[in-house]
Design a protein around this ligand. Structure first.
Ligand SMILES: Nc1nc2c(ncn2[C@@H]2O[C@H](COP(=O)(O)OP(=O)(O)OP(=O)(O)O)[C@@H](O)[C@H]2O)c(=O)[nH]1
Ligand SMILES: [Mg+2]
Length: 296
């Protein structure tokens, strides 16, 4: 049989583990993850290459209802991700399956491609607790297969991949077979910095943050990066900087480590914090930050 290639959309509520699954399936850190909902804001391709096939996993922002223009951008990124794919995977969090998930599942009952349900975080529950929920899910007769996974413990990741490969048509690869994402190094750097901000900052602050790379100079042995953390107000700016710059330093040190792994060079990272009031609702600010609906 010839080479197979195709696209698989990964969708679901925020925080169910979509990006964690994509990272495990691809075997590379493609998408940032965090315990806070609405971590992923863009449509991100994670590309798994083997000698027999190429699967392009389409990671998406969690399905949600926000009123901002950024929220609208995220919704467009998610809704459009399921067009022209070879399979759709709806991810559920084993401990938080509810009406919202059923609504998402219902939306895909008439699509042409196979639809899979993945119940993730399975290691935190057990079969007795899951049984009534799985029985209820079974009522969705159009679902091709139910698979339980744990991205954290790497349970059933290969099994999931094997099922998805079966849905791919014979085709030439869509991307060079030595690439694992469609995103630029700059984008990956922005996301790494945002991931550390999500990790260290409390409550609502990380949701109001965006990151822009203002300068990126790559030398033979050293990459010099200047980046701005954009925030909505002065109070948040002070918290992000921390006393004597301690929080900004913490975010910077941690991000630098990951960026060094990404670029395989030493990195000098200078972080700044800028206030842009209401940037999430300001079309021009969003376009400047790379959130343009035209570019999805
Ligand atoms: N216990 C457990 N936690 C998991 C598992 N998979 C992911 N998580 C955690 O769940 C949280 C959310 O994971 P993400 O991969 O960022 O979730 P997401 O669905 O991409 O979230 P959004 O991008 O916000 O839509 C993180 O803290 C992950 O570490 C799992 O199998 N078990
Ligand atoms: Mg995500």
């Amino acid at each position: 049989m010839g080479f197979k290639a195709g696209f698989v959309a990964i969708i679901g509520k925020p925080n169910v583990g979509k990006s964690s699954l994509v990272n495990e399936l691809v075997g590379e850190k493609v998408s940032i993850t965090s315990p806070k909902a609405q971590t992923t804001r863009n449509r991100i391709f994670g590309i798994k290459n083997t000698k027999d096939y190429q699967i392009v996993f389409v990671d998406t922002p969690g399905v949600q209802h926000t009123q901002t223009k950024l929220g609208e951008y995220m919704k467009v990124a998610t809704d459009g991700a399921t067009a022209d794919v070879d399979a759709i995977v709806i991810v559920l969090d084993a401990l938080r399956i509810n009406q919202e998930d059923y609504k998402i599942i219902e939306k895909y009952k008439s699509v042409k491609c196979p639809v899979f349900i993945v119940v993730n975080k399975i290691e935190v529950t057990n079969f007795e607790k899951m049984y009534p929920i799985l029985a209820k899910l079974n009522e969705f007769k159009f679902i091709k297969k139910f698979i339980t996974t744990s991205a954290i413990r790497k349970i059933n990741i290969e099994e999931l991949e094997n099922e998805l490969v079966k849905c791919l048509p014979e085709s030439e690869p869509f991307y060079p077979t030595d690439e694992y994402t469609d995103k630029s190094v700059r984008f990956m750097c922005q996301e790494i910095i945002r991931e550390k901000a999500l990790l260290y900052l409390q409550e609502e602050i990380p949701h109001g943050i965006a990151v822009e790379i203002s300068s990126f100079e790559e030398g033979d042995n050293l990459v010099k990066i200047d980046a701005n953390i954009i925030t909505e107000n002065l109070r948040h700016k002070q918290i992000i900087i921390g006393s004597n710059g301690s929080m900004l330093k913490r975010i910077g040190v941690s991000a630098r480590g990951d960026i060094e792994k990404l670029v395989s060079k030493k990195v000098m990272l200078n972080l700044f914090v800028k206030v842009k009031k209401d940037w999430k609702d300001d079309i021009n600010a969003l376009i400047d930050l790379g959130f343009s609906k035209k570019d999805i």
